[in-house]
Design a protein around this ligand. Structure first.
Ligand SMILES: [Zn+2]
Length: 86
């Protein structure tokens, strides 16, 4: 298991979910950690600017609400199956 270089963030910056795991750590121990949200799949490095790492500073237009995930459209849309010539 990868050990984080710093405490696990309390919330995902994008969706505020609390299930967060370590994806990677710096080759030189203690320099940075890459975190990933298991709810919205956002990933961020601990050394990124505050608007990428802190939910209170994350840009409002890009925030996600997990309760609305089922309402999000699939983009691009999946076309219907092609009819076979056989
Ligand atoms: Zn998230």
């Amino acid at each position: 298991m990868i050990s984080p270089a710093e405490p696990v963030p309390a919330e995902c910056p994008r969706c505020r979910a609390t299930k967060i795991e370590v994806r990677s750590t710096s080759p030189v121990a203690g320099v940075w950690t890459i975190w990933a949200c298991l709810t919205c799949l956002y990933a961020w490095r601990s050394t990124e600017p505050i608007e990428n790492t802190n939910p209170d500073h994350y840009p409002v237009p890009f925030r996600l609400d997990p309760s609305q995930f089922s309402d999000l459209p699939v983009d691009p849309a999946i076309p219907p199956p092609r009819k076979s010539d056989h």
